[in-house]
Design a protein around this ligand. Structure first.
Ligand SMILES: [Zn+2]
Ligand SMILES: [Zn+2]
Ligand SMILES: [Zn+2]
Ligand SMILES: [Zn+2]
Length: 392
């Protein structure tokens, strides 16, 4: 455990006690309601105004098969889904096969068979036009003024129209004049491919973590044994000459100096803030971020142009929108049964006898899985850099 362990603690403090549980695997997952595609966030381009956002932590469980043993469960604050793309018909849908470890830490692969997936089967049969890619899906709040207006979609159960967000136009806003309810903050979900997710992780580690939630500057002052608390190295007494030396110290295994302690492994890094006594490094989930996307396609780079601690005041202002999505109910990621999936993807269903009850999409969307441009974040389909960057 390095600095990340401390972030976990710091972030746990910031998390609301009543976090909604949102499973990426189980269609029966409880929690946040579904979203429509209008709730999908894309970072603005470099020639537009950057977006002000807050990332909302969820509790996502990713189940990995480990051979014949018990499945291994990863806990993440964001969801992970795999999505197929039929390049000839320009259709996409979520993969419904299982995930498995491939032996390397944090590296896992799709395995067929956990649940039937017609698109996986098509890939196994050698169809090069069928692709699959991994998406890290964050729940966010877009910080801006919006009006909640009735959409033309009606909830079958309640008979009421679903609400849609419409951006407030400020001084000349017609909706303001009509007295339509105005809210601050729009609840959205943000899918990122491995490349952009990795960039976001780098920003968190190298930039956000040097600032404290109080606004002060943070630096590590000592390495501690996570088991007994003994100081392994005091960075003031024994400073590092080069960044490389520090990186080597961080990545190697350490034996505890305390004779009564048998701990061997990574050390715990103790941060100190220059302006408060409780150093709380900023991370992805306790910070207000200003983001945009520079460049296009595989060349694009996710940019955080500004950031500041998420204040208690702002958090209170957007609390109604700070609800993580249940990805199983999100329009883009709803798991389909093989028959539905085959229809959506324009392929044959090899699992004819399979049937299962899939819950209704809460957003009431019927058009599904058909899009000319499925590239949520400008990355190419079928990217091979598939390592899970732990962004927590
Ligand atoms: Zn699949
Ligand atoms: Zn308005
Ligand atoms: Zn120890
Ligand atoms: Zn501080």
């Amino acid at each position: 455990m390095g600095l990340d362990g401390l972030y976990e603690d710091a972030l746990a403090n910031l998390n609301e006690a009543a976090q909604l549980r949102a499973s990426t695997r189980s269609p029966k997952g409880k929690g946040g309601s579904g979203g429509s595609w209008t709730q999908r966030f894309r970072a603005p381009g470099a020639n537009e105004d950057p977006a002000q956002i807050v990332l909302v932590p969820g509790e996502y469980e990713i189940v990995l098969q480990t051979g014949k043993g018990k499945p291994f469960k990863l806990q993440r604050r964001y969801g992970i889904v795999y999505r197929h793309y039929n390049a000839t018909k320009k259709k996409y849908c979520r993969c419904t096969a299982g995930l498995a470890m491939d032996g390397k830490p944090n590296n896992y692969i799709i395995v067929p068979g956990n649940q039937p997936c017609p698109s996986c089967r098509t890939m196994e049969d050698g169809a090069a036009w069928m692709q699959i890619r991994k998406l890290h899906v964050f729940s966010i709040v877009l910080l801006d003024h919006f009006h909640l207006v009735d959409s033309d979609r009606v909830n079958d159960r309640t008979g009421e129209a679903y609400k849609e967000y419409e951006e407030c136009q400020g001084k000349r806003c017609k909706l303001c004049k009509k007295g339509v309810k105005r809210v601050f903050g729009k609840r959205m979900y943000w899918p990122l491919g491995p490349m952009h997710a990795g960039q976001l992780g780098d920003i968190a580690r190298k930039t956000l973590a040097t600032k404290c939630a109080c606004g002060g500057r943070i630096r590590p002052i000592a390495a501690q044994c996570p088991a007994c608390g003994a100081t392994l190295r005091d960075f003031d007494d024994e400073p590092f000459d080069t960044k490389k030396e520090l990186a080597e110290f961080r990545s190697s295994s350490h034996t505890c100096v305390n004779d009564d302690c048998s701990y061997k492994g990574p050390f715990l890094e103790i941060p100190e803030c220059d302006s408060c006594r409780k150093a709380t490094p900023l991370g992805l989930f306790n910070t207000k971020l200003e983001v945009y996307m520079a460049g296009k396609g595989t060349q694009s780079v996710l940019q955080v142009s500004d950031f500041e601690p998420l204040s208690v005041k702002l958090k209170a202002k957007i609390k109604d929108a700070m609800i993580p999505f249940n990805l199983d109910k999100v329009w883009d990621f709803k798991p389909l049964d093989p028959d539905e999936q085959a229809k959506v993807m324009g392929i044959d269903n090899p699992f004819d006898n399979y049937s299962d009850d899939i819950e209704e999409d809460e957003s009431g969307s019927s058009a599904w899985g058909n899009e000319d441009e499925p590239d949520d974040d400008g990355e190419d389909e079928g990217e091979d850099d598939d390592i899970d960057v732990d962004l927590d």
